[in-house]
Structure formats: structure tokens, C-alpha cells
Design a protein around this ligand. Sequence first.
Ligand SMILES: C[S@@+](CC[C@H](N)C(=O)[O-])C[C@H]1O[C@@H](n2cnc3c(N)ncnc32)[C@H](O)[C@@H]1O
Length: 218
Amino acid sequence: MTQVNKWKGNRREIGEDFFATPKSAILPIKPYIPEGVKTILEPTHGEGAISDLLEEWGYTVIKQDKYPKTDDTIEADFLTDDIPECDMIIFNPPFCLKTEFLQRACESGKPFIFICPITIQETNKRFHLFREHELTILNLPNRTNYMGSKGNKVFFHSVWVLKHPEYKNNILYAEMESKPAKPVKVKVEATVCKGFNKKGKPCQNKVKCGEFCFLHKP
Ligand SMILES: C[S@@+](CC[C@H](N)C(=O)[O-])C[C@H]1O[C@@H](n2cnc3c(N)ncnc32)[C@H](O)[C@@H]1O
């Protein structure tokens, strides 16, 4: 029987899935880079959104990507090539391969941090990887609008996934400026006005609060 390639021609087969991570979404991970880390592998370097900040923060970054986009990128497939000597791994994977990247990061045995849709918490396989490796979620206050060729409006929420020597099996909340949440509007049940019309019949106007409508203010 001929094998049907169900991913043929789509994002999963091509797998590049290039979207740049905005700086505002990267800043919250700074306090969660474990002490003593000096060299960080960014295996999905892209155009360097994450690597640039890590270097600014004083880390040495090994920049790899399966589809290099800058002259200083080393061509390497994170899923199949050996992982170079480093203290930890930080990345933004192609989301169509998030399970494979999660599994590979877990297998590396190194601390890691990566951003991805909150749906990373779904599925039996990912549930077991989270539980076995005591992973932690770092939640962000807003949706992350990645920058790609199709614009930057996303319809999903993203979180960072951490394998960290101190923070295990936890949900953390990013220390960053965010708008305070709007108060929840309490829906007042509409009732019928207690007044009477000119013919002396009960007014049927709906009122949101109080007992009378605008025609029948007491
Ligand atoms: C979502 S982009 C992230 C780019 C950059 N890290 C950032 O945050 O702006 C994903 C990157 O992963 C690369 N990539 C896709 N499959 C890969 C693989 N198997 N191994 C390494 N890099 C891969 C793509 O070429 C792309 O540059």
C-alpha cells in the first residue's frame, strides 16, 4: 500500500513556520534564567529576536536554525542533530511541531524555556511530558502578537514553558506592567415597569433597575 503523506505541502511538512517573538513577550523570562547559566542555545534563532536580548543581558548565545536567516546562524535541526554543549536552551519553536520540540527539549536533560500557544497543556502525550519533567508555566497578561508575513494578529494565548531547577510543577505570573483588569459588569435582570399607561393598562416597558420606566418615573 502506498503511504499517504497527510502533511504534504502544508506548514507541518515544510515546518519552517517563521514568526518573530516581540521583545515585550521575551522580557518576562529574564528572572527565570537560572543562576550560573552562561551559555544558552537558541535552536530556532530565526532573525534573532530572542538571541539579541539574551546577548544584551550578557549571555553567550549559540545561534542555530534549520533554515538559517542570518550570516551568524549555524544550520542545525533541533529535532535530529546533536545538542551542543550549553547550560540551557531558550527558543520559540514552529508551533506546528510544538510536541516534537517539547519532547526533544525534555530529552536533552537541560533546563529550558520556550514560548508556545497555551494549548501546549492539551493532549495526553504533552500531559505526561509535563508531569514527568515537572514543567512550569509562566503566564503572560496579554496575547503575544508575533511578527510574520501574515500580519501580527493572533487568535490564541501564549505562555512560556519552563524546565527549571527551582520552579517545578508551577504556574507563575509574569512580573510586567499590564492594564488592570476591567471590573466585571453585573448583568441586571430586566423586569417589567410597574407604571400604567394613559388607558390605565399596565405598562409593559422593560426596566433594567428600579421599578419604573422613563415614562413612569415616580
Ligand atoms: C517561530 S520562529 C522563531 C524565530 C525566533 N526564535 C524568534 O523568536 O523570533 C521558528 C524558527 O524555527 C526554525 N525551525 C523550524 N524547524 C526547525 C527545526 N527542526 N530545527 C531548528 N529550527 C527550526 C524556523 O526556521 C524559524 O526560524
